[in-house]
Design a protein around this ligand. Structure first.
Ligand code: PLP
Length: 445
């Protein structure tokens, strides 16, 4: 019988860096999921990234399925982005005054997405936080509604039954609101929570509390409970929230410019009042944005009474990276079809490999976002946070380590999407499926 044993990957340099990092940074990382807590083992400290690959401090090359958690839709270190940033760099790194690149990127974003106005900030968290303040300011209402397992960044009022890293935060799985220490219950009380993909629950909540709700915020395709795909009935219920004078906010931080040039809202035919962006819109530099109709956006200061500001907002290097990325996306017309084809083959290859090894998985996918949940779902689809939370996280962790040992860097949590890039081609697909077959066999055997 063929042995699927793999040699241990060298991690001495990463281990040394992790030890130093733990001495000076909480948990040794600047964002929790990077610490590998839910999968175990040494987090790899990355030295460089190119195309579909990461190289760590020990010199090992990994096929990357994180893409910096979404921004690298065209692969790492894209020449066009590097050159645009280098070009901008010659003229200074920050002005604290307006510049042309902010106008160019705003013109591009409004043209591509159909919003009238856009405001740039420096992260996805700032985008959703600001959009909610705007919704409250524009409606004069206090309450907001989010969905269980949807993650909208770490602003206080949004760390309520949030997904992503919080789903694997020990002791917090399925916990009631709030889902972080340090969030006063008074804040959490202003955030109502409903189940994703449950149109009846949403309709019932809206009937009772709609008149008090400034906004309903949602991920149009969820990435942060693992991938969850909205049902047409749920999308229809989302549209109905506007009958209550409640603003509909699509959080496209993950899906914007990833699922199509018009994001998930374009793909699904949704018409939200406000849209939030991050990740791809900054091409790997720190950028977020929120936008919408002029009559809503003009509540933002200095035009209107809702305050929102930022020392580095519209930063010229960040705008240059965003412009280069969106322009490259526009100039690669077959990109979304290629991403879709690759990820569809990845999904069917994973299912076949798992089945052959007797490992139960359920794969959710939209375009280049995919999660393989380690569980058998009776009707074949994981639809809600509650469904997702039933996954066998221990089995996922063993599979993740099997993939990493074979040079494939998957998202280090069961409750995350992976992200395929334009730099992933046939060679990468074959290498991934070969590794996956062996990693599932390790589990099954
Ligand atoms: N909203 C969604 C849907 C996200 O996926 C994320 C981050 O993963 C955020 C908001 C927060 O963005 P950031 O990490 O840039 O603050």
């Amino acid at each position: 019988e063929l042995s699927s044993a793999v040699l241990p990957t060298p991690t001495a340099q990463s281990e040394a860096l992790f030890a130093r990092a733990r001495a000076v940074t909480p948990g040794g990382v600047n964002s929790p999921v990077r610490a590998f807590r839910s999968v175990g083992g040494t987090p790899r400290f990355i030295a460089s990234a190119q195309g579909a690959y990461l190289t760590d401090a020990d010199g090992t090359r990994y096929l990357d399925y994180i893409g910096s958690w979404g921004p690298m839709i065209l692969g790492h270190n894209l020449p066009a982005v590097r050159e645009a940033v280098a070009d901008a760099l010659q003229f200074g790194t920050s002005f604290g005054a307006p510049g042309e690149r902010e106008v160019l990127l705003a013109e591009q974003v409004t043209r591509l997405t159909g919003v009238d106005r856009v405001r740039f900030v420096s992260s996805g968290t700032e985008a959703t936080m600001s959009a909610l303040r705007l919704a409250r300011g524009a409606t004069g209402r206090r309450f907001i509604l989010k969905f269980r397992g949807n993650y909208h960044g770490h602003a206080d009022g949004l760390l309520v039954e949030a997904g992503s890293g919080l789903m694997t935060n020990e002791g917090h799985l399925g916990a009631a609101a709030p889902s972080s220490a340090g969030v006063p219950e008074e804040y959490a009380r202003l955030t109502l929570v409903s189940e994703y993909n449950d149109p009846q629950a949403l309709d019932a909540l809206m009937a009772e509390r709609g008149h008090e709700l400034a906004a309903v915020i949602f991920e149009p395709v969820v990435g942060n409970a693992g991938v969850l795909v909205p049902t047409p009935e749920f999308l229809a219920a989302l549209h109905r929230v506007r009958e209550h004078g409640t603003l509909l906010i699509a959080d496209e931080v993950m899906t914007g410019f990833r699922l199509s040039l018009r994001g998930a809202t374009g793909l699904l035919g949704l018409q939200p009042d406000l849209i939030c962006w991050g990740k791809i819109i900054g091409g790997g530099l720190p950028v977020g944005a929120y936008g919408g109709r002029a009559d809503v956006m003009d509540f933002v200061s200095p035009q209107g009474p809702v305050y929102q500001a930022g020392t580095l907002s519209g930063n010229p290097l960040a705008m240059a990276a965003g412009l280069a990325t969106l322009t490259a996306l526009e100039n690669t017309p077959d990109l979304y079809a290629r991403l879709d084809a690759y990820t569809a083959q990845l999904a069917s290859g994973l299912k076949a490999a798992a089945q052959a090894a007797g490992v139960p998985i359920s794969v959710n996918r939209v375009g280049s976002m995919l999660t393989a949940f380690h569980q058998d779902v009776p009707d074949g689809t994981v639809r809600t946070y509650t469904d997702a939370a039933r996954s066998d996280t221990a089995a996922f962790a063993r599979w993740f380590q099997g993939m990493l040992a074979r040079g494939v860097y998957w998202a280090p949590s069961q409750f995350e999407s992976i992200f395929v890039s334009g730099a992933h081609g046939d060679a990468e697909l074959n290498a991934t499926l070969e590794a996956a077959q062996a990693a599932y066999r390790d589990l099954g055997g």
